[in-house]
Design a protein around this ligand. Structure first.
Ligand code: V4E
Length: 237
């Protein structure tokens, strides 16, 4: 499990050249497809919890407490779960905190069944194509977004924990990310300082709130969902 501290930024045709001038090394390019899931009434995303399948792997991003006093802070921090049994247990807790399932869903035993399947030889922590649909159905989870991204990743000398990603999403949206991974909440302030210094070096505004791919996707394709998340202060204009 890792904590992800991240700042998004707008990039342009000069950004790669500026990165090279700073001595950044190009680590490579990836193409991935993300599918996001939630209940029909947005039970996860209204809690700022994001379940996605990237390739064959499920990932759950959950918010980590932030300093509510600091209104100028534009960095996000999320805890990322990648082991499927942990993801399912967490979702079960969020969707039925008292162990009472909602009418019309059969997800009380979804976690137990996946644990059983893992014991019967499936790759632990990951779902296979044929089995993932069933646990999603049992939790009442449906796909609400799908898009592909080409990501070009850079790093700076002596800063292995920092990644700079330039993302090109297939619905015509570009966004950059400065990302630092840490292991404990105590390391977050240092990560924020690292990001602030790097943003300054790159000439990226640290005070501007830049929408991510999901903000842009929902705004364009799912306006009702987007509106609910604005009203719940999960997303911001
Ligand atoms: C946390 C979150 C979402 C999940 C996707 O997170 P994000 O980091 O934007 O995606 P991506 O593809 O860069 O993931 P990575 O490869 O780094 O793991 S979708 C919406 N959110 C919430 C959110 C928010 N409240 N504010 C901002 C600026 N971004 C995201």
């Amino acid at each position: 499990m890792s904590l992800e501290v991240e700042k998004k930024f707008v990039f342009n045709a000069d950004t790669e050249e500026n990165l090279r001038k700073l001595g950044a090394a190009f680590l490579g390019e990836q193409l991935f497809k993300d599918r996001y899931f939630d209940t029909e009434d947005f039970s996860l995303t209204l809690k700022d919890v994001w379940l996605r399948r990237r390739g064959d792997n499920f990932e759950l991003k959950c918010p980590v407490g932030r300093d509510k006093q600091n209104k100028t802070d534009t960095c996000t921090r999320y805890r990322e779960l990648t082991a499927l049994p942990l993801i399912q247990a967490h979702i079960q807790q969020l969707l039925e905190p008292n162990g009472i399932k909602k009418e019309g869903t059969g997800h009380m035993h979804a976690v137990d069944r996946t644990l059983e399947k893992n014991n019967c030889g499936l790759t632990k922590g990951q779902a296979e194509e044929g089995t993932s649909g069933s646990w999603l159905n049992e939790f009442g989870l449906v796909e609400f977004a799908v898009f592909s991204t080409v990501r070009r990743t850079f790093t700076l000398p002596d800063t292995e924990s920092i990644h700079i990603d330039l993302d090109y999403a297939d619905f015509g949206f570009l966004v950059g990310e400065l990302e630092v991974l840490v292991k404990t909440e105590e390391q977050i302030p240092e990560a924020l300082t690292t990001i602030k210094e790097l943003a300054e070096k790159l000439g990226v505004s640290n005070s501007e709130r830049v929408p991510g791919k999901m903000d842009a996707y929902l705004q364009r394709f799912c306006p009702d969902h987007y509106q609910r998340l604005l009203e719940a202060h999960v997303l911001h204009r």
